[in-house]
Design a protein around this ligand. Structure first.
Ligand code: GLN
Length: 407
């Protein structure tokens, strides 16, 4: 950095907040890219970055081909494809949530990433505070830093990764402008539950803060249902719900997401996102609209659920034969495990283990400390995250390799 410059450039603030600047001031890539790189270099099974190893339903590719061939190749509107917005509204209603008005309350974005970024950039002022559960997805502190907002975190403490009500209450101050709730929760697989949901809404209402839900794992839950935060008293007018096609339809590369919010919040979000991507890719939006309508008709959701439950169980069973201690996830396609249950000499080595594992065992994972603030990284130093969005035979082979490597 230029020593004469008064403050770091925004991108540096962002990179620093996301943990991408090392002790020597050098810029690194994200933990997901780093682990995918190591996996590729060592030919390892990649259970690090969370992306499925199978394609989503055929209807997506058919509908995309038709959209492209049928002239759907020019800009979508900033708000997004009307069929997709209608489809999102209908899916909300069928899921038992309030049906948003597709014209004024649903916005299609370039993945949940853009929806989350637009929501934060639209509403966070320099000096505001934003509350996250920790460990957290790296996007949240990065965009908060870009907006100039300060982060307060509520640690989900191992081994059960439940928030302490006192920590939650203490995170809210007179400066709190927003609380971000990722439920089901990446990376821990926790489903936050009714009690926490009610507390979050009460605190947000008492501090007149917005609630931003990152609900991209909404269809992936096994032992508990995520609560509809916007449906709780006092929440509807302050909640922006974000979700995406990526996880539900196994198309993480398509970058089609959406934000659902009351009209005044939607207006602010659309103005902001209009100057980020303008609009997500038009034919992909059309294809996701078709897939959403199709999914409602048949057995897609129950099958999705069963497939992921099975994959989770294959991973858990495989890991039970290793020296890692796994915390059974209630949702998402991630499971976290403690290194060295029977090997105290490994205490605190999650980050080193994640670095070594691709070469040593032929498996890539992500260290949980990568999702933490410096102050709390020690809480997660024993833990690594496994992604189980992979075929059962791949998960079996990965856990066999881990056991064979003596872990
Ligand atoms: N959301 C996915 C994960 O947590 C992918 C993240 C990414 O590559 N940015 O693994």
């Amino acid at each position: 950095m230029d020593p004469a410059s008064p403050s770091p450039a925004p991108w540096r603030r962002l990179a620093d907040a996301a943990g991408l600047i090392d002790e020597r001031g050098r810029l690194s890539s994200t933990i997901f890219e780093e682990m995918s790189f190591l996996a590729a270099r060592h030919g390892a099974i990649n259970l690090g970055q969370g992306f499925p190893d199978t394609d989503g339903p055929e209807i997506l590719r058919e509908a995309l081909a038709e959209a492209v061939a049928g002239g759907g190749n020019q800009y979508a509107t900033i708000a997004g494809d009307p069929d997709l917005r209608r489809g999102v509204a209908e899916a909300e209603e069928r899921a038992g949530r309030r049906r948003p008005d597709p014209e004024t309350e649903v916005t299609v974005t370039a993945g949940a990433t853009e929806a989350l970024a637009a929501a934060m950039l639209a509403h966070l002022r320099p000096g505001d505070e934003v509350v996250f559960f920790e460990p957290f997805y790296d996007l949240y502190p990065a965009v908060a830093a870009l907006a100039g907002a300060a982060v307060r975190t509520v640690p989900l403490r191992p081994p059960h990764f439940r928030p302490d009500p006192e920590d939650l209450a203490a995170a809210f101050t007179e400066r709190t402008r927003m609380v971000v709730v990722n439920d089901p929760h990446n990376p821990t697989g926790t489903v936050l539950g009714e009690e926490t949901a009610r507390r979050v809404v009460q605190l947000a209402a008492a501090h007149d803060a917005l609630i931003l839900t990152d609900s991209v794992y909404e269809h992936l839950h096994y032992d508990a249902d995520p609560v509809d935060l916007a449906g709780l008293p006092g929440a509807a007018e302050r909640t922006i719900r974000v979700s995406a096609a990526s996880k539900t339809f196994s198309v993480t590369g398509w970058r089609v997401g959406w934000a659902i919010a009351p009209q005044p919040l939607t207006r602010a979000l659309r103005v902001t996102k209009g100057y980020l991507s303008h609009s997500a890719a038009a034919p992909l939006q059309a294809a996701v609209a078709r897939a959403l309508a199709w999914a409602e008709q048949g057995s897609f959701y129950p099958e999705l659920h069963e497939r992921y439950r099975r994959q989770r169980d294959v991973l858990l069973e495989g890991l039970s034969a290793t020296r890692l201690e796994v915390c059974a996830p209630e949702g998402t396609f991630f499971a976290v495990a403690r290194v060295g249950r029977d090997a105290p000499e490994w205490a605190g080595t999650g980050a080193q283990l994640a670095q070594a594992l691709p070469e040593r065992a032929g498996v890539a994972v992500v260290p949980l400390s990568a999702f933490a603030t410096q102050a709390n990284a020690h809480l997660y130093a024993d833990w690594v995250r496994f992604a189980f969005c992979k075929r059962p035979e791949v998960l079996r082979e990965a856990t066999r390799r881990i056991a064979a490597a003596g872990l």
